[in-house]
Design a protein around this ligand. Sequence first.
Ligand code: APR
Length: 252
Amino acid sequence: MPEVPPDLIDRLAAADHVAALTGAGISAESGIPTFRDPGGIWDEFDPQELANVDAFLDNPKLVQAWYQHRRQIVQEAEPNAGHQALVALERHVDRVSVITQNVDDLHHRAGSRRVVELHGNITRSYCMDCERDADPDTVDAAIQNGEPAQCPDCGGLIRPDVVWFGEMLPPAAVDAARSAAHAADVFFSIGTSAVVYPAAQLPVTARQAGAYVVEVNPDRTPLSDDVDAFLQREAGTALPAIVQALNEAKKE
Ligand code: APR
């Protein structure tokens, strides 16, 4: 059982609001590749070729097929012990806000009740022109037929509901994330390389607002020297250990 800092447990036991920023690392143990680790997504694909609107307009079929491939990976994956530990934390803390950079829907599937999706959600698609939600089966059928998936209402191209490089993050999600960072008594940064902004600013904002900041990552990041506790462990090991230590502390 990895060592859990006693002051973290004391802070969690007294906390009204906990916020957790998560990145691809929390889903790594569900079999979903991260972006920047060796063998990660950006090792195999150039984000400039796929995850941006110009690439999409240049070759909608390729980009739609790539996201369909990623959707299949996500749909075959299951939430892991790290996702589930964040749900279990809701039994001890009145308000747990999960602020995720991930688009894999695993926090929702695990049962987290407050999920802020900073970068969207790959299981949703919409029409670029009329913005109507698109039926995933429509998209899959078009891709199977080797055609670009188009909106049945207006003929516009259908795109995944994810934030591409160069695009604005959903303002409501950014506002909710910043509010959670300001309000948090304890702020977790879990499984993120802490290099993509504005998400990477959130733990700094939380600490400046008085939160106890914890990083959970097997590797060091630019944030690691500026936190109250750095748990150099996988999320699937560290987070259940924290919840178990909190359970035991509450029994005393
Ligand atoms: N548990 C916890 N952390 C892990 C684990 C694990 N089991 N495995 C890997 N990690 C860590 C890595 O050490 C790394 O620091 O997860 C982090 C993953 O970093 P990235 O691949 O950069 O993913 P992320 O931080 O989510 O990227 C942010 O960049 O490309 C964009 O939109 C994309 O949302 C993404 C954003």
